[in-house]
Design a protein around this ligand. Structure first.
Ligand code: KG4
Ligand code: ZN
Length: 341
């Protein structure tokens, strides 16, 4: 079953074709560098660029896969959550193409896509249930318990900022570019991880919730004090702040993962997914923690599957249709910027 998928929930116009849920035939993304100079996504710009670029991205996808409309069985699209005006390009395009080419359209929850991103280019048999999905992106930071590919229970989530957002804000405060994750991680490699003592906010004893706003406030104080005292930020200072920040995020995630594995001993596999799962240092830290509990940890097979992409949307659409054939019998999808999983 070949599924053509659209993902336009934020600032990337993405189109993919995936066979049988895990075999990626093409995964094309038109990034929007225009947001970099604002230090974050500007919704009006994102919406305009999506509507200008979706057709070109679709054509590139077909040509990369060397396929035509006759080869497509269904169309999948991110229904939400996300920026309403960005989502609208995907849902309108998918609904319109559904009528034009007489293909059913399947709505997908963006986070369900991230949770399924670890399946791309992997065998279904490599996944063991129940697994724990640690989904960390620019908009979300959550633990889910997955009894199977569609039965997904929220165990804990951030009470304020998402971890990716914290990486982006850290970069912005230091005058680095957007998105902040990759650059903070690169600068961290050259810094001293113990240079600054940042708060390891773990909340109440039992909870699997997260909080990153206090960390952001501490960073702000450290950076402003340095600006007052030295006038400008040296490379050494920037590298040390990035390293200390990444270190404390690693501590928070490993501590929470320990808690989750103690609370759910039946879990033998952890899936670290979402944009932040591209981070090498965090992967290493989580791997050490998983090893201590005898659990296996997986992350997406390519970094292009960590950040927003349409292949993961096709994977989630496929498992939805396998579970419920009615999910693949629609011709119109409305965008919902707030959507429960
Ligand atoms: O999943 P994603 O593309 O979009 C959302 O659904 O939000 O995640 C984007 C986030 C950004 O905040 C970006 O800074 C972060 O993922 N990110 C990283 C890395 N690569 C991307 N954070 C830390 N380390 C990275 N290597
Ligand atoms: Zn995302």
């Amino acid at each position: 079953m070949n599924i053509l998928a659209f993902e336009t929930s934020c600032d990337d116009t993405a189109v993919a074709i995936v066979k049988d849920g895990n075999h990626v035939l093409a995964n094309v993304r038109d990034a929007q560098p225009d947001h970099a100079r604002y230090g974050g996504v500007v919704p009006e710009i994102a919406a305009r660029l999506h509507s200008e670029h979706w057709r070109g991205t679709l054509e590139r996808c077909f040509s990369e896969a060397n396929l035509a409309w006759d080869d497509i069985d269904s169309i999948a699209v991110t229904q939400g959550p996300g920026l309403q005006t960005s989502l609208l390009t995907g849902t309108s395009a998918a609904s319109f193409l559904s009528l034009l080419y007489d293909k059913p359209v399947i709505p997908v929850h963006h986070i369900h896509g991230h949770v399924l991103s670890s399946l791309l280019d992997r065998d279904f048999a490599d996944i063991t249930f129940p697994y724990l999905a640690l989904t960390v992106s620019g908009g979300h930071t959550s633990f889910y318990l997955c009894a199977n590919f569609t039965d997904i229970q929220l165990l804990g989530t951030t009470r304020d900022d998402a971890a990716g957002e914290a990486f982006d804000k850290c970069a912005k405060m230091l005058g680095l570019s957007y998105p902040g994750g990759p650059i903070v991680s690169q600068r961290a490699e050259q810094g001293d991880r113990r240079a600054f003592k940042l708060p390891r906010i773990l909340l109440e004893k039992e909870t699997l919730d997260f909080s990153f706003s206090g960390l952001k406030a501490s960073l702000y104080r450290i950076i402003e004090t340095e600006k007052e005292q030295s006038g400008e930020l040296s490379d050494e200072f920037i590298n040390n702040v990035c390293a200390s920040f990444e270190f404390i995020v690693g501590e928070i995630f490993t501590k929470k993962l320990e808690r989750a594995l103690e609370k759910y001993p039946e879990v033998q596999q952890i899936h670290f997914v979402g944009g932040v799962s591209a981070n090498r240092y965090l992967r290493e830290q989580l791997q050490v923690c998983a090893d201590q509990y005898g659990a296996e940890i997986l992350w997406p097979m390519q970094s292009a599957y960590c950040t927003d992409n349409a292949a993961m949307i096709a994977a989630a659409a496929y498992v939805n249709v396998q579970k419920n054939a009615k999910a693949g019998a629609l011709t119109f999808i409305d965008a919902q910027h707030r959507l429960a999983l």
